[in-house]
Design a protein around this ligand. Structure first.
Ligand code: SF4
Length: 151
C-alpha cells in the first residue's frame, strides 16, 4: 500500500472517525486490568500530528477493521467474557476480541501482570494487518465503520 501524504488536519485524515471525533491511528497497548475495553482518543477536527494519512482516492493508507485483522484474537473462537460489562452492553461483548498487536513494554514491577485490551469487531486502526480475502463480501469499506455480524 503506498504511503499517503500527511493530512492538513485530523478532519482530512483516514484514521479520524468524524462521528465520535476519535483517532484510530494506533492499536491499543496492553494494560494492567483484565477485560479492559479500548477507548479511542478524542481529538478535534483542527488537530494534527506527524503520523496521519490524508484522505485520497482510496489507493493509499487505510485503517484495518478489527474483525478482519490478524491481531484480533478470540480464544477458542469465543469472545471475552468478563463478570461485569465494564460500561459496555452485552451485545458489544458478543462482537468483541482481544487486540494483540503489541507486546507489553517492560515495567518497573517484577510481579505485575498485563492483559491485552478488548476491541469491537467494527473498530479499526492503522496498525492492523488485513487478512480478509480480497473478494470477501464481509470486508467493510474504510469509511465510517459499522458492526460486523459474528457467527
Ligand atoms: S485493527 Fe488489529 S491491530 Fe488495530 S486495534 Fe483492531 S485488532 Fe488491534
Amino acid at each position: 500500500m503506498p504511503k499517503s501524504p500527511l493530512p492538513q488536519d485530523c478532519a482530512g485524515c483516514v484514521y479520524f472517525r468524524s462521528g465520535n471525533k476519535t483517532c484510530h491511528r494506533h492499536a491499543p497497548g496492553t494494560t494492567g486490568e483484565e477485560f479492559q475495553p479500548t477507548e479511542w482518543p478524542l481529538v478535534r477536527r483542527t488537530d494534527r500530528c506527524g503520523e496521519g494519512a490524508a484522505v485520497g482516492d482510496g489507493t493509499g493508507e487505510q485503517p484495518v477493521t478489527c474483525g478482519n485483522c490478524l491481531h484480533w484474537w478470540r480464544p477458542d473462537d469465543k469472545p471475552p467474557s468478563p463478570a461485569y460489562g465494564q460500561g459496555k452492553p452485552a451485545d458489544w461483548w458478543t462482537d468483541s476480541g482481544f487486540c494483540t498487536r503489541f507486546a507489553p513494554g517492560p515495567t518497573g514491577s517484577e510481579d505485575r501482570e498485563v492483559y491485552w485490551r478488548v476491541t469491537h469487531a467494527g473498530d479499526c486502526c492503522g496498525d492492523g494487518e488485513d487478512v480478509s480475502p480480497p473478494d470477501d463480501a464481509s470486508v467493510i469499506p474504510a469509511a465510517e465503520k459499522v458492526l460486523i455480524p459474528q457467527n
